[in-house]
Design a protein around this ligand. Structure first.
Ligand code: PBG
Length: 325
């Protein structure tokens, strides 16, 4: 009698597959990024991101209600101001577009968790994530502005602060700034591991934040590096981060796994704009089954070790997960 393992015994029907399934994707895992702009009745689709819109505050409020109805627990807010300048002053204006959006969100849908992305690139006229000195972004001068930004977001009512700027020491600086301003209860969700990735292309259309010169390689990480991700993650934990983000997700599953194994904090994967755009383009051509591909990708991110996923597919995924029940 030939002896070998019969793995197919546990795959025989949908019920047993359901019973032995190791990873379950839930609507609780999803966070949806949103782009808020000035003006009225604006709902402008981002050309490279079908189904993603720049929203003025009125349209934004309607969107939040839909998101809550779908059971998605959290949003990540990006503000795109009308007026940009060299030091991104709209990022830390108390009546800035994102501060208005945060206030409105907490009024309209109080149970929705509002994360504020803390960066300057949507607010600077040169499109970099800090202030410029010579040909580069000045680290410590930028930190001061980022602290002001985070504090103004917390003052507006943000439930958590998510700095994505990749300056050295941003977690320590922002944590201290929040604590000094009385916001010691507001969690800091650090974009600890953020690569200088070409997968952000469509986002920069959406946020109008393409660098006007150079690139982000002196502050974002080299895609070839993995050990460095652990140094970034450990440093942010030591400085007081409450959660960690790895970004992008799809090409960085090994990094998600390594950070998961090295650290105990809740881990978020950012399924970024370029990953979204590729799926949408292929789906529009009828080359892939969008629903199946998206659910497979999101499940894989969880399997790799992510607890939560930031994704532009969140609304669709929430609908599909509901239908599957
Ligand atoms: C801001 C920021 C970026 C993204 C999130 N926060 C852009 C960048 O670093 O250029 C990208 C998100 C995406 O591509 O979906 N620094």
């Amino acid at each position: 009698m030939l002896k070998f393992a019969r793995h197919r015994r546990l795959r025989r029907d949908a019920t047993i597959r359901r019973m032995v399934r190791e990873t379950v994707l839930s609507v609780d895992d999803l966070i949806i990024p949103l782009f808020v702009v000035e003006g009225e009745n604006v709902k402008r689709e981002v050309p490279s991101m079908p189904g993603v819109y720049q929203l003025s505050l009125d349209a934004f409020t309607r969107e939040l209600r839909e998101i809550e109805q779908l059971g998605i627990p959290a949003v990540m807010l990006f503000g795109i101001p009308e007026h940009k300048d060299a030091c991104g002053s709209e990022a830390y204006a108390d009546d800035g577009i994102v501060q208005q959006a945060i206030r409105l969100a907490k009024e309209a849908v109080p149970t929705l968790h509002v994360m504020a992305d803390t960066c300057l690139c949507e607010y600077t006229d040169h499109g970099h994530c800090g202030v410029i000195e010579g040909n580069d972004v000045a680290n410590d001068e930028s930190l001061e502005l980022l602290v002001k930004t985070a504090v103004s977001q917390a003052r507006a009512g943000a439930d958590s602060i998510a700095p994505s700027n990749m300056m050295d020491g941003f977690v320590a600086a922002i944590r201290a700034g929040l604590d000094d301003a009385g916001f010691e209860k507001v969690p800091l969700v650090s974009y600890a591991v953020k690569y200088a990735s070409s997968f952000y292309g469509p986002f920069r259309d959406a946020a109008d934040s393409t660098p006007q010169f150079g690139d982000r390689k002196t502050y974002q990480m080299d895609p070839a590096n993995a050990r460095e991700a652990l140094r970034e993650a450990h440093a942010d934990i030591a400085q007081g981060a409450d959660m960690l983000i790895v970004k992008p997700a799809l090409s960085y599953m090994d990094i998600i796994r390594r950070v998961r194994e090295a650290c105990d904090l809740p881990l978020l994967a950012y399924n970024v704009s370029g990953e979204y755009a590729m799926v949408k383009a292929a789906a529009q051509n009828g080359w892939i089954d969008e629903q199946k591909i998206v659910l497979e990708m999101l499940t894989s991110m969880k399997r790799a070790g992510a607890d939560l996923i930031l994704t532009y597919h969140a609304k669709d995924a929430a609908c599909w997960l509901r239908e599957r029940e």
